[in-house]
Design a protein around this ligand. Sequence first.
Ligand SMILES: [Zn+2]
Length: 277
Amino acid sequence: MRPLLKTVPQALFATRPVHLLLMETTGEYCHLCESRLPDQARALNKRTGTDLEGIIAPEVWPQVLLTCEVCFKAQQLAALLQSPPASLLYPDEQLTFSVNKETSPFVYEKKPVTRYLLDEDNNAIGSPETVELVIVRGTTESARATINHFDLNSAWYAEADNTLRIPLQEHLSAADLRVHQRTEIWGLVDDYVKRYRQLLELNRDMAGIMLEHGRLLAAASGFWSVWATLLWEGTNDRAALSAVLLPRQANLAAAARAEGQATPHDVFPGTHPDVFR
Ligand SMILES: [Zn+2]
């Protein structure tokens, strides 16, 4: 979960609806599942579980997150069905990702998962299949509670026995594609990192061009933590990870807009720089 420094120039509060403020200062990604956002996005009030619209007062700003429709609905359902968890992790309050797996609250791993398709009576249809999925694992109790609250591995995944038991209708409706999208981007990044390493062996002078290409690819694909995980595993290079995934200047675009200047291009605005801790 990409950690955020969610700051906004004061002058923008009176002129921008909350969705736009969030997108301009942190990018067009769900703060929870990290998917690239389509047109509809929610400004979730973390404290009430409701969504906000329009102009908000500056004092409400620390309470809002930008989420996709699926993450928003998951937490609504969780609030109905379960008593509220004691503590959840939020990317604008805690350092929710580190390249150091020992300290990162969330760890992303590709692994074989046993998938059962279920009929209307919840009986398995045919034999189970093994599918490769990228699963997010919580390393602390709060991280695990957060994964459950927002169903970040879908409502059908059970960590205890590493199974996905999904009703056929849900499977066909593709209503929740977050894990599959995460897995798809994992493949893309894995391929990118392999090419980057091959290029380094051939010609180190080309590294900068390849990193710039990665920066654009990452901005377009989303799933920042997948990028951070694989780039770090494949290169162990802080400079490479920073070049691809960290904004060059915090809130550059938002600051420029507040002053009425042209918007400079940057990727993953608002990302917390302390991801090497
Ligand atoms: Zn989401």
